[in-house]
Write a protein that binds this ligand. Structure first.
Ligand code: GDP
Ligand code: IMO
Ligand code: MG
Length: 433
C-alpha cells in the first residue's frame, strides 16, 4: 500500500490533471482535498480532452473511487453539471464511484456575488480571481458561518442556517458592494433540488479512506492550484484561499500524516501564471508569446491568457522544501523544442545582494532581477519519446539540471498532452518515493 500526493509547485496549471490520470491507473481511490472549481484539470485520452473542475482526475478510469474531501469548497450546481457532462460523454459517474464529504462547504450564490463585487471595487488592484466565490466561501468556513453538505441534505437545518446568514449577506452586498442581493426562497428552491440529486453521493469520506488504508489500497491525493498560490506560503495577497501545500492533504481529506508515503511535485518546464501578482521570470517579448502560443496557455477555467516566463528554480526549490517533495514530474518539455537557448533562474539580484530564497515581502520581490543560467536548446520533435535515453542530449541536460537545482529526483517527464505521452522513470506506486 502506498498513498501519494500530487501537487503543483508553481502557480498552478502544471499538468496535475494529466499526471493524476496517468497515476490513477495503479490507484484505487483519487481524492481532491482543497480548492474548488477555480481549478481546471485537463486530461486527454485518445485525443479527446476532458476538463475537470471538481471531480478528481481519476474519473475516466473504470473501477476507481473518486472522493471530494472536506477541504474542498463545492458549488453544487457546477458539480452536477460536471457529472452530467461526463455521463453524456459515456463516462459512468454514480454514488459507487463519486463521493462527497458531508463536511465539505458549499459555495452559495452570495459568495460569487461578493467575489465579483470585491474585484470590481478593487479596479486595477484586483487579484484576478476566477470569480467562482472561492475566497468568500472559505471566509465563511473559517468564521464558522458556512453551510455544509450535511446541512444541504437536511432541508430544515439548511433553511434555518440560510435564514440566519442572509440578512447580513444582503446588507453587505447592497450597502457596501452596491451589488444585487439574493432571495431566500430562490436559493432554497435551487439548493434543495441540488440536494436531491447529490444526496446519494454524500458520505463520511474520512471513514471511507481509513477503510481503504486498512484494506491496503493505493490512494492518490490530487492537489489543486500550486504552492505559490498557497494562502500561507504563496505570493500573498495574490493567492487563493486554501493551503495548496501537500500537508493539507491530511486535513482536507481526514487522514493522518503517517498515511502519506510520497509527494510528487508537478513542474511545468517553464512558468505560467494566470491572474495578477508577482512573477519574476515573466517574459514580455516574442519568446514569451511563442511559449504562450505553442503551449496553448489559456486558463482551463476562465479561458484567460496565461502569462509565461522561464523556469524559476528558486520557486520550485521553495516548493520542494515546503511540500517535502520526494519526486518531480516535469511537463510540457515538448513546448520548449525549437528554442535555440533556454534560461533557468537560479537566484535573484536584489540591490547589492544575491538571493537564493524566494522573498516574502512583495516590495522586495518586485525589485528582484532574475539571475539566469543559459542552456542550449534542441530542435527535434520529442512528443513520441518513451525512454529518457532517447531524448536529445540538450533536453536531457535541461531536465537533469532542474533535478540538480531542486535537489529532488526526476520521476516523470511529460512530452505531450496525451495520456501516453509520458516518460516514467519511476512510478511512485511501484516503489513508494
Ligand atoms: P492542471 O491545472 O495542473 O491540471 O493543468 P491544466 O490542465 O490547467 O493545464 C495544463 C495544460 O497543458 C492542459 O491543456 C494539458 O492538456 C496540457 N499538457 C499537460 N501536459 C502536457 C505536455 O507534456 N505537453 C503539452 N504540450 N501539453 C501538456
Ligand atoms: P489549477 O488547479 C491557476 C488563481 C486565480 C487568481 C488566484 C485567486 O487548475 O492549477 P481564486 O478564484 O482561487 O480566489 O483566485 O488564484 N488560480 C489559479 N491559477 N490554476 C488554478 O488551478 C487556479 N486556481 C486559482 O487566477 O490569480
Ligand atoms: Mg488548471
Amino acid at each position: 500500500m502506498s498513498n501519494i500526493v500530487v501537487i503543483g509547485t508553481q502557480w498552478g496549471d502544471e499538468g496535475k490533471g494529466k499526471v493524476v490520470d496517468v497515476l490513477a491507473e495503479k490507484a484505487r481511490m483519487v481524492v481532491r482535498f482543497q480548492g474548488g472549481n477555480n481549478a481546471g484539470h485537463t486530461m486527454v485520452v485518445d485525443g479527446e480532452p476532458f476538463i475537470s473542475h471538481l471531480i478528481p482526475s481519476g474519473i475516466l478510469h473504470p473501477n476507481k473511487v473518486c472522493l471530494i474531501g472536506n477541504g474542498v469548497v463545492v458549488d453544487p450546481g457546477v458539480l452536477i453539471e460536471e457529472i452530467q457532462h461526463l455521463q453524456n460523454r459515456g463516462i459512468s459517474v454514480g454514488p459507487d464511484n463519486l463521493l462527497i464529504s458531508e463536511n465539505a462547504h458549499l459555495i452559495m450564490p452570495y459568495h460569487k456575488l461578493v467575489d465579483h463585487g470585491r474585484e470590481r471595487l478593487k479596479g486595477n488592484k484586483k487579484l484576478g480571481t476566477t470569480g467562482r466565490g472561492i475566497g468568500p466561501c472559505y471566509e465563511d468556513k473559517v468564521s464558522r458561518r458556512g453551510l455544509r453538505f450535511c446541512d444541504l441534505i437536511d432541508p430544515e437545518v439548511f433553511e434555518e442556517k440560510l435564514s440566519l446568514i442572509l440578512p447580513e449577506k444582503n446588507f453587505y452586498l447592497r450597502e457596501f458592494l452596491k451589488s444585487e442581493t439574493v432571495d431566500q426562497e430562490l436559493i432554497l428552491k435551487e439548493y434543495l433540488a441540488y440536494a436531491e440529486i447529490l444526496r446519494p453521493h454524500v458520505a463520511n469520506v474520512s471513514l471511507v479512506l481509513s477503510q481503504a488504508v486498512k484494506a491496503g489500497d493505493h490512494i492518490l491525493f490530487e492537489g489543486a492550484q500550486g504552492l505559490h498560490l498557497d494562502i500561507d506560503h504563496g505570493t500573498y495577497p495574490f493567492v487563493t484561499s486554501s493551503n495548496t501545500a501537500a500537508g493539507n492533504a491530511c486535513c482536507g481529506a481526514g487522514i493522518g500524516p503517517t498515511q502519506i508515503h510520497g509527494v510528487i511535485g508537478m513542474v511545468k518546464a517553464y512558468t505560467t501564471r494566470v491572474g495578477s501578482g508577482p512573477f519574476p521570470t515573466e517574459l514580455h517579448d516574442e519568446i514569451g508569446d511563442l511559449i504562450q502560443e505553442k503551449g496553448a496557455e489559456f486558463g482551463a477555467t476562465t479561458g484567460r491568457r496565461r502569462r509565461c516566463g522561464w523556469l524559476d528554480a528558486v520557486v520550485v526549490r521553495k516548493s520542494a522544501r515546503i511540500n517535502g517533495l520526494a519526486g518531480l514530474a516535469i511537463t510540457k518539455l515538448d513546448v520548449l523544442s525549437g528554442l535555440k537557448t533556454l534560461k533557468i533562474c537560479t537566484g535573484y539580484r536584489y540591490k547589492q545582494d544575491r538571493l537564493l530564497e524566494f522573498p516574502t515581502a512583495l516590495k522586495v520581490l518586485e525589485k528582484c532581477e532574475p539571475i539566469y543560467e543559459e542552456l542550449p536548446g534542441w530542435f527535434d520533435d520529442i512528443t513520441a519519446i518513451q525512454d529518457v535515453d532517447d531524448l536529445p542530449e540538450n533536453a536531457k541536460a535541461y531536465v537533469r539540471r532542474v533535478e540538480q537545482l531542486v535537489e529532488t529526483p526526476l520521476q516523470m517527464i511529460s512530452v505531450g498532452p496525451g495520456r501516453k505521452q509520458i516518460i516514467v522513470l519511476q512510478n511512485p506506486f511501484d516503489r513508494p518515493c
